[in-house]
Design a protein around this ligand. Sequence first.
Ligand code: GDP
Length: 183
Amino acid sequence: MGDESEGETEEYLFKVVIIGDSAVGKSNLLSRYARNEFNLHSKATIGVEFQTQSMDIDGKDVKAQIWDTAGQERFRAVTSAYYRGAFGALLVYDISRRSTFDNVGRWLQELNTHSDTTVAKMLVGNKCDLDNIREVSVEEGKALAETEGLFFMETSALDSTNVKTAFEIVIKEIYSNVSRKIL
Ligand code: GDP
């Protein structure tokens, strides 16, 4: 995985998937993180998209290839290929739509069924800018994350709150999981 030739920076590439119900903001979280863009009326593109983002950890170039279902949530045929090789996952719900929080368990189960390695997982309560129409409290999010052993963060792809931090925590955790295995 790493290349330790002298003078070259060690490089890592990890796959991260974003999952959750339709319209919770998965595509916008990715576009905010990767391109600092937000779309108020984003239309789901057909297919699976990914973006690659680099970050420096301990002087190593750690790249995350972040996959977004791009509207394919309902098509089970893509499922196993989508999850294969993922080292990290963001499980996203919308704090203003309780049904999306109620479905997190289903997404987690699907992730656990299909993943073939240790996966760093973050529960993400997106759209925290919509606090005035909130249907899921911060405490409920925290409690679920604690029960299931997930990191937790509320984010807003709209105003950028915690987006970078959420992705970076997952990527750092992956790096730490992988280095523990190598060393
Ligand atoms: P996806 O289907 O999960 O990929 O969701 P999208 O990223 O396509 O977003 C669905 C809708 O929610 C779009 O209209 C977005 O503009 C909106 N949206 C996404 N993130 C946020 C957010 O953080 N706050 C608010 N208020 N709206 C958001």
